[in-house]
Design a protein around this ligand. Structure first.
Ligand code: ADP
Length: 565
């Protein structure tokens, strides 16, 4: 049977109380007994000795002192009343008898001797009694000492047992419990506490074990779920055709999927945990991936015996709005790239093949209008006019498509030469003259005098200016004006085309130079949306810059600039 802690403490305190009580009672008992003995000796024997002394004194003076007899009598009476020892009564009675005889025959001296002897006897009896009682008191004191020593020794032993055991009874389990709690704090949920006691500490240990069990259960179920999720995500990541590299917030490599391993030519196990810029020191692709400007470019990577194309995407991994890492995704765009290439080739072929018959149609139409071929009716002339316009439009489109395919395949062939800006402007205006006249749009030119020459491909630069002008006329109201400006600005030569058309909404401006982009809702259905993108490629290929400035309802201003040669 085990005792509860509360009971143990209560028992300890009760024991202490008993110890105090026992010592108190025993001490009092012995002190009382000794003091009683002393008092008894005083009363019983010492007083008898005093009476005897007084009687002897009175006896000496019985004939000379008047009250001696009375003193004797009084003390005799007191002695009679204080008989305490065996034989004392007989001797006192004899003393009384002799005293009476002495009073009756005062002349008989023999009585004196008897009286004195009797008094001596009483004295002796009492002295012996004192001696005896003193011995007894001594004995009692000795007894008290022994008893108290024994009791003290026993109690001290018991107390020592308590002192040695009680703190252990309390501190032992507390130590085990605090160790257990520390283990739990250190996430060791397997920790259990085994206490033999069935007291409160035992209950506490049981509660602790239940808690640790629950935590363990929770932890392992959580862990299993996290492991499951992890392997699921790993499987998905490894199955992907895109290369994926995970970095932590300090740019250490966390993981890499199989595709990324192939592309980088590295093993995940070899570089996991390494600082990515360190890996980049010996790996070109990693270096490119870590460069920020590379994000928009298409990456051509030779791996696994073939060339593939990838787009880099960097995604921030966040937790509660804090960035805790990055995932670099190398999106495999090879199929799109191949399709795009096929499309470009197809467009190039078709537009190239169309160009010759279209030109000959145009030529034939023009010949038909020649009077030498024959006189045509007004209706026939109109039809031929229509054929010529359509042929022109088709030629413009095929030209744009051809240019675009050149741009896309990176085959822009530049004929850079020293060119006069004035000539470029004149050539462009000449090309759109007819179109402007038809719409009654007046083209005003403002070309600064003494403009320096520029290094440019005249044909392509004029093409861009023509494209600007064609658009400006197209998007201008009838009978409005279009300005062409060529001026020097710093070390640059700027070409500007300003119109007073509707302008372009600000939100579309960033996309205006994108391929196939047309401002939604614009009324022109003939355009391809290629003109401006080709213009951008042409100008940038020559090292120039291109821009647009437009406000809805106010008109647009397109411009490009070259550094003066
Ligand atoms: P398109 O062959 O369709 O003209 P562009 O690339 O030259 O193709 O122009 C792209 C789009 O930009 C046009 O569809 C038109 O909506 C808009 N745009 C170009 N120039 C102007 C202009 N001067 N004013 C208003 N919109 C214009």
């Amino acid at each position: 049977m085990s005792i509860r802690l509360k009971t143990k403490l209560s028992l300890g305190l009760v024991f202490l109380f008993i110890v105090i009580l026992l010592f108190g009672v025993l001490g009092l008992f012995y002190i009382n007994r000794l003091s009683n003995d002393g008092r008894q000796v005083l009363k019983n024997n010492h007083e008898s000795l005093v009476y005897c002394n007084r009687m002897l004194g009175a006896l000496e003076n019985i004939h000379i002192q008047k009250d001696a007899e009375q003193i004797f009598r009084d003390n005799l009476q007191k002695q009679q009343a204080n008989i305490t020892e065996v034989g004392e009564k007989e001797v006192t009675d004899e003393l009384t008898k002799n005293f009476k005889e002495m009073l009756a025959t005062p002349t008989d001296t023999s009585n004196f001797i008897d009286i004195r002897r009797a008094i001596y006897q009483i004295q002796e009896l009492n002295e012996m009694a004192i001696q005896r009682k003193s011995n007894a008191a001594q004995h009692t004191a000795e007894n008290a000492k022994n008893t108290l020593t024994v009791v003290f020794t026993i109690l001290t032993l018991v107390a020592f047992t308590f002192i040695f055991n009680l703190p252990g009874v309390i501190s032992g389990p507390i130590r085990s419990l605090s160790e257990g709690i520390q283990e739990i704090a250190g996430k060791n949920y397997k920790k259990r506490i085994y206490l033999k006691q069935k007291d409160e500490f035992g209950d506490l240990a049981n509660a602790f074990n239940i808690m640790a069990g629950k935590l363990d259960e929770y932890e392992s179920s959580n862990l299993a779920r996290i492991k499951f999720e992890k392997s699921r995500i790993e499987t998905i990541i490894n199955q992907m055709r895109d290369g994926i590299i995970g970095l932590d917030e300090k740019r250490g490599v966390l993981f890499m999927n199989a595709v990324a391993e192939k592309l980088l030519g590295l093993k995940e196990t070899d570089i996991a945990g390494k600082y990515a810029p360190d890996v980049a020191l010996t790996n070109d692709l990693m270096r490119t991936l870590l460069q920020e400007e590379a994000s928009k470019k298409e990456l051509k990577i030779y791996a696994d015996g073939k060339e593939s194309y990838f787009n880099k995407d960097v995604l921030d991994v966040t937790n509660n709005a804090a960035v805790i890492g990055q995932v670099i995704v190398l999106r495999n765009i090879t199929p799109f790239h191949e399709l795009n290439e096929a499309k470009t080739n197809f467009i190039a072929t078709v537009s190239h093949e169309l160009k010759t018959p279209l030109s000959s149609i145009k030529m034939s139409a023009r010949l038909l209008t020649d009077l030498r071929v024959g006189q045509l009716s007004g209706e026939q002339m109109e039809l031929i006019q229509g054929i010529t316009e359509d042929a022109d439009r088709l030629l413009k489109i095929t030209g744009e498509l051809l240019n675009m395919s050149q741009v896309e395949t990176g085959k822009i062939q530049l004929k850079l030469q020293s060119a006069d800006p004035v000539a470029i402007v004149a050539q462009a205006i000449h090309a759109v003259q007819f179109q402007a006249q038809q719409k009654h749009v007046q083209i005003r030119t403002s070309v600064a005098s003494n403009l320096p020459m520029i290094q440019a491909d005249v044909e392509k630069t004029s093409w861009v200016l023509i494209n600007f002008l064609t658009n400006a006329i197209k998007y201008s109201p009838e009978r409005s004006g279009v300005e062409v400006i060529a001026a020097k600005k710093g070390d640059k030569i700027e070409f500007l085309v300003k119109d007073h058309g509707n302008g372009i909404e600000e939100k579309y401006l960033p996309r205006i130079f994108d391929r196939y982009f047309k401002v939604p809702g614009s009324h022109d259905h003939n355009g391809t949306g290629l003109g401006l993108s080709i213009s951008k490629e042409f100008i940038e290929a020559q090292g120039g810059s291109i821009w647009v400035d437009s406000h809805l309802g106010e008109g647009s201003q397109f411009g490009f600039a070259f550094t003066a040669a």
